[in-house]
Structure formats: C-alpha cells, structure tokens
Design a binder for this molecule. Structure first.
Ligand SMILES: NC(=O)c1ccc[n+]([C@@H]2O[C@H](COP(=O)([O-])OP(=O)(O)OC[C@H]3O[C@@H](n4cnc5c(N)ncnc54)[C@H](O)[C@@H]3O)[C@@H](O)[C@H]2O)c1
Length: 550
C-alpha cells in the first residue's frame, strides 16, 4: 500500500498513528486500547471483553491439521484450550502437526507446544483419519476446531454440534448462504457456541484503527482501497530431496494454491481419496482451485478485508458490487506448461458501494441516499510489489493498515494553505471548540528517535512488538465463552432487542454469515458480469432469501 511513501514517511505515519491513538485515549475520546508492549495480551482481553478462563482449559479436538490447523495449534493458549485429539487424512500433515514445521515458526506442532511425550501420545492414541470415529471415541471433547477445506465446513460443523460440541470453524463460513443458515440453526437447536475464524475481530491493531475512525478525526470517509497482491509466477524449483511424487509436480510455476503432491500422500491416498469424497488427489490437495471445494480469492483473502472494512464503516452491509475476474495467467486452455485446470480466478478487481454515515442504511440511519462510500478491492497473483492492506481516505486524513502488522496516519492539508506536504508533517490530537477531537499539524518531521521508530506500531517500548494477528485471542475468547455458557439460557434474546442474553464470540455465526454473503455475491457478480444490489433480507439468519437464488 502507499506506493509513493518513502521509508521515512512511513515511519512518520506510524508515529502519527501511535500519537493519535494515545492522544485520543488520554482525552477520553477512545475506548482505551493503548497499552505497554508487555501487557498487550492483557489489554486485548480487556478490550475484547473476556477474562482469564474460569475453570479448566476447554478440551478440544482439531479437525484438519493442514496449513491453518498448524497455525491455530501453534497460536492457541493452552491455559484456555487444550487439544486432546486431532484428525486428518493426509499423512504428511499428520507428521507435520506432530513434529512442527521448521520453515514456518508459527506452526509449532504438538511437540513444541505440549512436549515430546504428549505429542507421541496424540500420534499413537488420539490421532484419527475419521472425525466421526474421533467424536465417538474421545468422550472428553468439549469443543472442535474445524480447519478443513471450505466445502466441508457446514456439514462437519453441524455434525459436531449435533454431538454436543462447541465449534470454532475457519472462514469462509460456508460456500452458500443456505449452508451458513444451517450452521446457525444447528448452533441454536443444539445450544452450542459457533465461532468463525475471521481473526481481525481480535486484532488489537484493527481495534485501534476502529477506535480512531469512530473518533471522527479522519473526517468524511468516501473511499477505501484494499488489496492483497502476491506473485506466484516463478518456475517451481524442485528442491534436492523434495518428497514429490513422480510426474505430479505440475504446473511448473509456483502458485501457493497448487502445491506439489508429496510421495507420502500420493502413495497412501491416490486410490483411497475417492472413498473419502474427493474426485482425485489433486482435488484434495489443491482444493482452493475448484468451485466444488473452494471459493477463490474472494473467499480466501478478500473476505477478511471486506470484513474489516464493513466494521470500519460502522458494521454496515454493502449496497452493491460489480467486478471483473480473470483466469489470465494460470487458468485457461492447457496450451502452456504452467496453465492448470483451475476453475477459480487468478485475478479479481471488485468495486463496492457502502452506505456512508448518513445514508438510510448507514450507522446513523440518516436520510441522505447519496452518502455512499466506494471501496475497491483487488487480489492479483502475478505482482507482489504492494504490501497487502486497507487504505481509508477521509476528508481530514488518511489511514493505512498494512499487512496486519502496522498502521499509518496522515493529516490532509487545508486547500490553499502553506503547510508542508501532509506526508512529511507530524500531527497531534487537539480538541475543537465544540469539544470534538481533531488532528492538528505539527512541525515538519526530522525523523524518528531510533527507539521510537522501532516501536511506532503498537504498544510502545524500545523493541518492536510482534503484533498478534488475533488467532490466539480468537481461541481464548471462544474458550472463555464456553466456560461462561449457560445451556439453560441458550440463545435467548434480551427483551425487546435483537441482542442475545449470553456472551457469544465476536465473530459468531450471524456476523460471519455477512462476510460469506459479501464474498459469495462478489464471485457471482464477476461470473455473471453484473452489478448486484444486496438485499437486506439476505443478511437475516431467519430469512429464506438467498443471493444464490438470484
Ligand atoms: N483465518 C485465516 O487467516 C486462514 C488462513 C488460511 C486458511 N484458512 C482457512 O482454513 C481452512 C483450511 O485451510 P488450509 O490452508 O489449512 O488448507 P490445507 O489444505 O492446508 O489443510 C486442510 C486439511 O484438511 C484435511 N482434510 C480434507 N478433507 C478431510 C476429511 N474429510 N477429514 C479429515 N481431514 C480432511 C486435509 O488433508 C488437509 O490436511 C480453510 O477454510 C481456509 O480458508 C484461514
């Protein structure tokens, strides 16, 4: 993001963000999200409204021990959640979740998290290839974390809830809105908690950004630009000793969603995979490429960012979507060696209209239908020059969140003024005569003191702080909600309101369904080359209206 910023200007933007969040917090304009580096996790719990777990850690099982299952195991806090069983059908991923992944430190594996003996015991006695068998045999399981390909989310989550387990299912919630509603309905019928893994709901960085937006210092936001670009156009180098099944290394270009098929998986599953509900081994391992099993770039990447932007704009739903999606590099006829049979786009460019603050569907329920925010989103696979993130452009300032790791803030100059360019001026937060917060330009920046530059992301302190992307907090809150859950109350609503009496995870089924609707409708708009207007009824869990019927 922010292609034209120098390194110094980026540091200035980060320092501005930090100074603004601290200033707003001090002046009482912001729910306090600023904390010293060492106490960030505590601050997160306080901000997100959960506490230390009351009672023992929740006994959980992990279904799907692939890339994301590995991250969730590596990031969870064993004080809140204890994984007592796991299930996967790929022997390579079983091995990796037990041993850990030396190439990706986040994927620590059972050995590093729980110790050698515990890991051996899981591998020998509590690892299954059939989740039904696991649910039947492992009577102590209270909750299940589902990190399976998209097409399995609804059925597996529902089965787990039917068997009395609380469920944290990875995003995208489900491949159809009907499936999302089935999941919500199962949670209610079986009185279980359902949480969906959009981790930005638990990121302190996003919480800070949200508080800043709520304080209005950005002025009137009329445009958001969000993107997630990567470059997968490099020829795949076969590494010495790589465990690749002969002839299965196609395609020759490195697309992260087209991994090679390892010998271990190939030999074990090449025939058996058909009895496990997959067309072939390619569909199992490269599930993201196909309509039946995946949801493409909008489901995998865009949904996270659209989720964040809907929250930034006041928990609103978009009004319309249109876009262009292409299979212009990897997909298409098999004439070139790097082409493959993918059904999903490798480039997407989408435009949304969102309601502004004073739009009838905006947060203030105003009367101005022309108050619209336009958001553009792109995800491309052949150029990774720009860091992924979201840029919010307001009439008084610009906020950029980059790579889920840092945020930058710049003040707009008044027209005709003699101020230094906004990209080079510091800013402070002041209070206007009307008692509202506002950004005030400071002097032209002379560069950061060395320690301040390093800490200009979150928290403060002398050393850079690795920012939690929210996985840990998401699982902590899930476990906390489970320990607080009163089955007698279930999903009762507070009298005369649409709020539930009991605490649910921040991204519970109804919240996540909205993200699924946006991603799925965007895919539809690109496929049909149409502008689609969102209907409010689609977002209601008790309606039968669905975009897929359109
Ligand atoms: N929240 C995030 O930031 C984030 C990031 C990446 C992935 N995800 C989500 O996590 C989910 C998993 O993605 P991934 O990257 O780990 O994929 P993956 O292919 O690496 O892992 C999926 C695992 O599920 C296993 N599996 C498939 N069918 C099974 C079955 N019937 N029974 C048991 N195991 C089965 C596979 O063998 C594989 O190990 C997806 O929904 C994805 O969208 C979320």
């Amino acid at each position: 993001m922010a292609l034209d910023l120098t390194v110094e200007q980026k540091e200035l933007g980060k320092a501005n963000f930090q100074s603004a969040t601290e200033g707003l917090s001090r002046r009482g304009f912001m729910k306090s999200v600023v904390a010293g580096a060492a106490v960030v996790p505590v601050a997160a719990a306080v901000y997100f409204g959960y506490e230390s777990i009351h009672g023992k850690p929740v006994k959980a099982a992990l279904i799907g021990t692939g890339d994301e299952g590995g991250v969730l195991l590596g990031e969870h806090n064993p004080d809140y959640l204890q994984f007592i069983a796991a299930c996967d059908i790929r022997p390579s991923n079983r091995k990796r979740i037990i041993e850990g992944d030396p190439k990706v430190p986040l994927r620590k594996g059972f050995k590093k998290v729980y110790g050698e003996g515990y890991a051996k015991d899981i591998d020998a006695k509590h690892f299954y290839t059939d989740y039904r068998e696991m649910l039947d045999k492992e009577k102590d399981i209270e909750a299940v974390v589902v990190a399976l390909p998209l097409h399995l989310h609804a059925d597996v989550s529902i089965e787990c809830m039917e068997k009395g387990k609380h469920v944290l299912c990875e995003k995208l919630m489900a491949p159809t809105v009907t499936d999302c509603r089935r999941m919500i309905d199962a949670a209610k019928r079986h009185n279980r908690i359902l949480s969906i893994g959009h981790q930005r709901h638990y990121s302190m960085l996003y919480a800070q950004a949200l508080e800043l937006i709520k304080s209005d210092v950005l002025g009137d936001i009329k445009h958001i630009r969000a993107l997630w670009h990567r470059n997968f156009s490099w020829r795949w180098e076969e590494e010495p000793g790589q465990d690749v099944a002969a002839g299965l290394i196609q395609p020759y270009y490195r697309d992260g969603w087209t991994p090679p098929i390892g010998k271990l998986d190939y030999e074990e599953l090449k025939e058996r995979v058909k009895t496990l509900g997959y067309k072939d081994i390619y569909e199992l391992i490269r599930w993201r490429l196909y309509q039946r099993t995946g949801g493409g770039l909008m489901a995998e990447l865009g949904s996270h960012q659209l989720d964040a932007c809907s929250i930034f704009l006041g928990h609103v739903h978009p009004l319309s979507v249109q876009g262009v999606g292409t299979r212009s590099f990897f997909g298409g006829p098999d004439a070139k060696p790097f082409r493959n049979n993918r059904e999903i786009n490798d480039h997407v460019f989408v435009t949304y209209e969102f309601p502004g603050k004073n739009h009838p569907k905006g947060p203030n329920k105003g009367s101005d239908p022309s108050d619209v925010v336009v958001m553009t989103y792109s995800s491309i696979s052949t150029n990774g020059f720009e860091q992924y993130g979201e840029c919010l452009m307001g009439s008084r300032g610009t906020l950029i969140v980059e790579g889920e790791q840092s945020a930058m803030l710049f003040k707009e100059n008044k027209p005709g003024g003699k101020a230094a360019p906004p990209k080079s001026t510091t800013m402070t937060v002041t209070t206007t005569a009307g008692g509202k917060p506002a950004m005030e330009s400071g002097p032209t920046w002379g560069g950061p003191p060395p320690a301040a530059a390093a800490s200009a992301t979150i928290g403060g302190g002398a050393a850079p702080v690795a920012i939690s992307r929210g996985y840990r907090e998401e699982m902590e809150d899930f476990a906390y909600c489970i320990r607080q859950w009163d089955s007698g109350l279930g999903y009762q609503k507070k009298e005369g309101t649409s709020e539930y009496v009991q605490r649910l995870p921040r991204c519970h089924g109804e919240v996540a369904m909205a993200d699924a609707i946006i991603a799925l409708t965007s895919n539809m708009a690109m496929e049909r080359q149409e502008r689609i207007v969102f209907k409010e009824d689609w977002f209601k869990s008790d309606s039968t209206e669905v975009p897929e019927k359109k």
